[in-house]
Design a protein around this ligand. Structure first.
Ligand code: AHR
Length: 503
C-alpha cells in the first residue's frame, strides 16, 4: 500500500519540551526496593543503587522523574524517609497494602536522580495531609538554611538546597480508591491554598494540579472544570493519566488506541480553554500527562498477591512483561504526545523500573530492556527540537472501536542544531508493507543518517534476562530522489534520521 508524509518547515506545532520524555518512580512493588535500590546486588554502588539499572536509565535519557507516587503518596509521611536509616520507622502503605521500611527516602532519591541526570517532579500528600506538611517538605528541600527544617536537611548530609521546581499537588484525588479521596471542590480549595502557601516559601515553583484519573471517570470534565476554576491562577499544569490495554486481544483495535489519547488530550485542552475564556484570562493552561503506558498483563497476578500476601515488603506488583505489540502502541502514544507538544509540556511514562516499566530486574540477576524501552529511548534521544505539523495520507481501516484509522501513523521533528529531520512512524497493518514518500517542504534532504526499524517479531514476543532480542535493527532504505522514499514493513516501529539543509 502507498502513503505520503508531508511537512513544511514553517508549519510548526511547538518547540518540544524535553520533559515530555519524563518517567515515574513510585514506592510500589519493586520499583525502588529491588529496582533502583538494592544494596545486596553485585552492581550496587556505595549508596546501594544498582549500577546496571542506572546505565539503562541513562540510555533512556529521562529528563524528569515524578516521585514518590502515585497512590502511595496519599498516605506517605516524607519525614519517615530522612535521617539515620536504623531509626526510620516501618509503616503500613495503605495504597498497595505493603510494608514500607523507609530505608530509601528523600535524600536517596535526590542522590539517585543526579546519577541519571534527571530533574525531580515531587508529589506532596494531599490525601491524609495538607498545607502544613507540604510547606514542611518544601522548606526542608528548598530553603537554604537557618530554620529547623533546612538545618535538619544540612544535618542529614545535604548542604545545598535541592532546588526542586515542579510539584504535584496530590495524586488522582478524584479516584474513590485514593486515600483521602475528595470532591473537585474540596480538592480545588486544598490545592489552591497549598500552592499559595508553598509559593510564599519559594516563588519560583511550578504546580501540577490533579485532573481525572482517566477519561472514563464519571466525574471527568466536571472535575477538570471545577478544579481549574478554583486553581487557575496558581496552577501551571493540569494532569492527565491514562493506561491502555489489549484485554480483548484484538490487534487492529489495540494499535488504534493512540486515537483515544489524542481525543483525551483534545478534550482536556477544550476544558482548560473553556475555563480560560470564562475567566477572561490571558494565561494558557499547560498539561502534564504524568502517567501513561500500557497496563493490563499483571492485573490478575496483582489481585492474587494482595489477597495471599498482604503487608509484605516490595512484592512483585504491576510487573507487566511487555510484548512486541505493546511496543508498537507505545510508539504511537509517544507520537500522540508530540502532536500535542504545544500544550503537553510534561509527560511521564509510568513507570521506570519493574512496575509497568521499560526496565526490568531480577534480584541477584540482570537488568534488561523490555520491548517498550526502545521506542521510548529512540524518541527521547532523537525526538528533540521542533514538532512539525505532519500530514499523513494513508489508507485507513475500521476496527471494533475506531473508524478511519490510518494504517500509517507518523510524526516529524526538526532538530535545528543537528540539522536533522527525524521521522517516527508506525505501520499498523499486519500484512502490508507501506511504500511511503516523505515530502520535506522547505528542506533539502542530504542523506539518511539512520533508518532503524523494530519489526518481524511475533506480536506476543517479549524480552527476558536470557533473550532480549525484541529490539530495533538497522534497515535499508530506498533512496532520496525528489522526496525521501522508504518502505515501512508490516507491524513496525520506525525511526528515520535525515540530514537536511534549509531550502
Ligand atoms: O502507576 C500506578 C498507579 O496508577 C499509580 O499509583 C496511580 O496514580 C495510578 O492509578
Amino acid at each position: 500500500m502507498e502513503a505520503k508524509i508531508k511537512i513544511d518547515r514553517d508549519f510548526i506545532i511547538s518547540e518540544i519540551d524535553k520533559r515530555i520524555y519524563g518517567s515515574f518512580i513510585e514506592h510500589l512493588g519493586r520499583a525502588v526496593y529491588g529496582g533502583i535500590y538494592d544494596p545486596t546486588h553485585s552492581t550496587a554502588d556505595e549508596n546501594g543503587f544498582r549500577k546496571d539499572v542506572i546505565d539503562l536509565v541513562n540510555q533512556l535519557n529521562v529528563p524528569i522523574i515524578r516521585y514518590p507516587g502515585g497512590n502511595f503518596v496519599s498516605s506517605y509521611k516524607w519525614e519517615d524517609g530522612i535521617g539515620p536509616k536504623e531509626k526510620r520507622p516501618k509503616r503500613l502503605d495503605l495504597a498497595w497494602k505493603t510494608i514500607e521500611d523507609n530505608s530509601f527516602g528523600l535524600h536517596e532519591f535526590m542522590e539517585w536522580s543526579k546519577k541519571v541526570n534527571a530533574e525531580v517532579n515531587m508529589a506532596v500528600n494531599l490525601g491524609t495531609r495538607g498545607i502544613q506538611e507540604a510547606c514542611d517538605i518544601l522548606e526542608y528541600c528548598n530553603h537554604k538554611e537557618g530554620t529547623y527544617l533546612s538545618d535538619l536537611r544540612k544535618q542529614n548530609g545535604a548542604k545545598d538546597p535541592f532546588g526542586i521546581k515542579t510539584w504535584c499537588l496530590g495524586n488522582e484525588m478524584d479516584g474513590p480508591w485514593q486515600i483521602g479521596h475528595k470532591t473537585s471542590y474540596e480538592y480545588g480549595r486544598l490545592a489552591r491554598e497549598t500552592a499559595r502557601a508553598m509559593k510564599a516559601i519559594d516563588p519560583n515553583l511550578e504546580f501540577v494540579v490533579c485532573g481525572s484519573s482517566n477519561s472514563s471517570m464519571p466525574t471527568f470534565v466536571s472535575w477538570e472544570a471545577e478544579v481549574l476554576d478554583i486553581t487557575y491562577d496558581e496552577a501551571n499544569y493540569l494532569s492527565l493519566h491514562h493506561y491502555f490495554d489489549n484485554l480483548d486481544n484484538d490487534l487492529s483495535d489495540y494499535l488504534a488506541k493512540s486515537i483515544m489519547m489524542d481525543k483525551f488530550i483534545d478534550s482536556v485542552i477544550s476544558i482548560a480553554d473553556y475555563v480560560k475564556a470564562k475567566k477572561r484570562s490571558s494565561k494558557t493552561m499547560m498539561l502534564s500527562f504524568d502517567e501513561w503506558n500500557v497496563w493490563f498483563h499483571s492485573k490478575s497476578q496483582d489481585n492474587e498477591i494482595n489477597e495471599k500476601t498482604p503487608w509484605s515488603k516490595a512484592p512483585r506488583l504491576l510487573e507487566d512483561i511487555y510484548t512486541f505489540e505493546d511496543a508498537l502502541l507505545v510508539g504511537s502514544l509517544i507520537m500522540s504526545l508530540l502532536r500535542h507538544s504545544d500544550r503537553v509540556k510534561i509527560a511521564c511514562l509510568a513507570q521506570l523500573v519493574n512496575v509497568i516499566a521499560p526496565i526490568f530486574t531480577e534480584p541477584n540477576g540482570k537488568a534488561w530492556a523490555q520491548t517498550i524501552f526502545y521506542p521510548s529511548m529512540q524518541a527521547s534521544n532523537n525526538g528533540r527540537g521542533i514538532a512539525l505539523r505532519t500530514e499523513v495520507k494513508s489508507p485507513k481501516y475500521d476496527s471494533k472501536n475506531f473508524n478511519d484509522v490510518p494504517y500509517l501513523d507518523s510524526m516529524v521533528i526538526y532538530n535545528e542544531e543537528k540539522k536533522e529531520i527525524v521521522v517516527f512512524a508506525v505501520n499498523r497493518s499486519d500484512t502490508e508493507v507501506i511504500d511511503a514518500e516523505i515530502e520535506l517542504g522547505g528542506f533539502k534532504a542530504n542523506k539518511i543518517i539512520e533508518f532503524s526499524t523494530m519489526t518481524g517479531f511475533d506480536i506476543k514476543a517479549v524480552n527476558s534476562s536470557e533473550d532480549d532480542s525484541v529490539k530495533p535493527c538497522e534497515c535499508t532504505y530506498i533512496g532520496i530522489y525528489e522526496n525521501v522514499l522508504v518502505k515501512f514493513p508490516p507491524l513496525s516501529w520506525n525511526m528515520i534520521r535525515i540530514s537536511v539543509d534549509k531550502n
